[in-house]
Design a binder for this molecule. Structure first.
Ligand SMILES: [Zn+2]
Length: 105
């Protein structure tokens, strides 16, 4: 018979393993190079919404505060990989800056 702590540790380990499996699949799809500038340090790469619909995604699959878990994001990427791309954080913020400027014009 497992204690409550042992069951919790098992579930946490299983969730971590599941997240890593999904991460590997997403990495294989998106690669490790920024689509805009070619930067390739994984520490500064992120997943970008190609069509700038990240806020809409948060409204549909996020919790009350709009938080979307990493696992939920990975599942979205695997469902529709053409809607996502790998960008470095600089290019991601530059893209966001350009998006906001285009709204103001
Ligand atoms: Zn870049």
């Amino acid at each position: 018979m497992q204690t409550k702590e042992e069951k919790l540790a098992y579930v946490r380990a299983w969730n971590k393993r599941r997240k890593l499996i999904l991460k590997d699949k997403v990495d294989a799809l998106l690669g490790f190079v920024c689509k805009r500038c070619g930067f390739s340090d994984i520490r500064a790469l992120c997943i970008d919404h190609v069509y700038n619909d990240g806020a809409a995604m948060k409204r549909t699959i996020g919790n009350k505060c709009g938080y979307v878990s990493t696992v939920a994001l990975y599942r979205q990427v695997l469902r529709a990989p053409e809607r996502y791309q790998r960008l470095c954080w600089n290019c991601n913020w530059i893209k966001e800056f350009e998006r906001r400027n285009s709204i103001l014009k």
